[in-house]
Design a protein around this ligand. Sequence first.
Ligand code: FE2
Ligand code: FE2
Length: 497
Amino acid sequence: MADIQAELNYEKEVGVPFTDTLTGLFNNGFFQIALEREISRAKRYGGNFTLFMIDIDSFCYYNRRYGPLKGDLTLKEIANVINANIRNVDLAARYSGDVFAVILTESELSTSLRAAERIRCSVEESDRSNLTVSIGLAAYPIHGENKEKLIQRAQDALCMAKLKGKNSVYFFENEIKYADSSRSKVLIVDDEPLNLKLLEAFLIPLEFEVIKATNGEDALALVSKVDVDLVLLDIMMPGMDGFEVCRRIKQKETTRMIPVILVTALNDTDAKVEGIKAGADDFITKPPNKMELIARTNSLINLKKLNNSLTSFENVIFSLAQAVEAKDSYTKGHIERVKNLAIMLGWKMGLSPKEIEALKFGGALHDIGKIGVPGEILNKPGPLNRQEWEIMQAHPYIGYKICLPLQKNLGIALDIIRHHHEKLDGSGYPDGLTANEISMVARIMSVADIYDALITDRPYRKGMNQKNAFKILSQEAEQGKLDKKVVKYLLESRFSE
Ligand SMILES: [Fe+2]
Ligand SMILES: [Fe+2]
């Protein structure tokens, strides 16, 4: 940046503006020239430098609250803080609005990080109505070898700094570690910076990765973008309160499994009742007791890990079930249709949530045993002979054996897998069970399965129309093979559509 003075002299002589009139820093135009120059210098002579993108957190709220005049003054003050914390050889510019850019010449990343932290702390410590800054770093040449790439990386890093709860410094190396990290991520949400600091101080020694948010909107944005393992949520916050944040987390399919601990005032029973209604998993009282906080946090994080493994278990099982369809080319979509039909029947018949869950898993897995049936039999373009039929009839038992180690997770869904071809009169397979030995969920699956098989095309016959399919189902119900009530519900549901 030795040429800066010369540039300023040049500016004086020719009257071309290089400085931002409000803050006195260099303007964006000059910053672009300086960055290009720094890149060619580094290319020519070697060496590193770092680019900072600095953004004032929630500055639009500040402007709205105090007015643009105060806002402009503050911009100027923060510009001065930045300038005071860099060397003469470095360059600070107003990049746009409330975003500043800094070029730290010939500096290693570690030095730059310290400088960025210095700026962040100085802004935080100076008394400006709790204003803070977030800083994104990009180092040449690690993060980019041209101007556009470097600016982009610094802006992306700035975005991550915001996502991590603002008032922080971020660079891409961190992000890589961040994504690969096996450390549990705890999101703490509180509008009071002191409370955030206190919670953070408790959690960091436990090797948790702490992410911060100072309001409900930011907290919701974070949980949908970052794989958070636990949320510690203050109740009383301006704007969206903790109950509403909790409710929204619990309502969304992708975030509902994240445990939420509400931080309440001591003995506030009403808040606890409201919190339970909102779906909170636990409570801690304010001010938090360190041991209590650690115990509750650890136990819920372990639960979340268990749920995660259960979710991946679901994924594995469902992909396995899909693999059957790939093998049996004539049953495309059968599993999904049967599962959905069985769930719908379950709801209509007033089954419990546990039984509906069993229909979901059982529906997805009912034919998983076909993995053990040779493809030539599954895809034979004609009726099966006796021997082939015997092999085919083994699929409920094979499926049962495959899923047996998962008994604890599958519960009565396992019963569906084994008994979805049983008949009430004992003529079904594999166990030849009779009426009261066959569970309601297995009866439902059996009707849904037969109905779907009847109405879809097979290689040796066309799928029949609904009316004929119902005729067959009703006959089987009359003969005491299928559950009459289930058939009746199916009939009603199809004709009411
Ligand atoms: Fe089957
Ligand atoms: Fe089936």
